[in-house]
Design a protein around this ligand. Structure first.
Ligand SMILES: [Zn+2]
Length: 221
């Protein structure tokens, strides 16, 4: 049985609360950091150093211009595990992830709906292997973009991926953490129950308590 975890998700906006000398104190108790993209690697590294917690990440569509690397490079936060197109296991929890958003202009880390379907299909053998090994396909999906029709937007840049919606419906991860959707007001919901999954939008940061029963606790402090 997987332990209950306190998860810190970060994305899209550098938080002064986290980028501070007191972060380690204030965020004591965080078991794992999930970065959902569009953050400078220096900041992500700082958060990991301050909290001394394992880090898993995916890149957002703005990853490139926020890094020191030149075109074609894929700089990343050191010491973290890139979940893009990968499955990983952490303390009995099964993770997988996909970077980027729906292609809306030339640039890296953007995918057409068809391209994302292919990436998702490529991951299926890993999910089936999980099922054989652990009895479950997937617990935590980490992406930059939301699934189609859940927490997504009407404009092309903020449409969700249809393949992610299918993945969530079919393999029933308990949690799907994503970024990319900027929250403009406090009335906007960040956590949506969809099928058997909590789909959680991170903008800035969010602390979530997760457990094997699939309950979602915590929130932005
Ligand atoms: Zn984005």
């Amino acid at each position: 049985m997987q332990p209950e975890l306190e998860v810190l998700t970060i994305s899209d906006r550098v938080s002064e609360t986290l980028y501070s000398a007191k972060a380690g104190e204030r965020f004591a108790g965080v078991d794992v950091i999930l970065s959902c993209g569009d953050l400078p690697p220096d900041y992500v590294e700082f958060v990991q150093d301050a909290l001394r917690a394992p880090l898993f990440f995916v890149r957002g569509n703005h990853a490139q211009k926020m890094t020191r690397g030149g075109p074609g490079e894929r700089p990343a936060a050191l010491g973290g595990i890139d979940l893009h197109r990968r499955a990983a296991e952490h303390q009995g929890w099964l993770l997988a992830g996909f970077e980027g958003c729906v292609r809306y202009r030339p640039g890296p880390h953007q995918y057409s709906q068809a391209e994302m379907w292919l990436l998702v299909f490529e991951l299926l053998p890993r999910l089936w292997l999980n099922r054989l090994t652990y009895g479950r396909y997937l617990d935590i999906l980490v992406t930059h973009a939301p699934p189609w029709g859940v927490n997504d937007g009407a404009d092309r840049a903020h449409q969700g991926f249809k393949a992610l919606r299918w993945l969530v419906q079919t393999f029933k991860p308990r949690y799907h953490f994503h970024g990319h959707m900027h929250i403009l007001g406090s009335s906007q919901s960040v956590a949506t129950r969809f099928a058997q999954t909590w789909v959680v939008n991170t903008y800035g940061y969010r602390r979530s308590r997760i457990n094997p029963a699939g309950e979602l606790g915590g929130g932005r402090p």
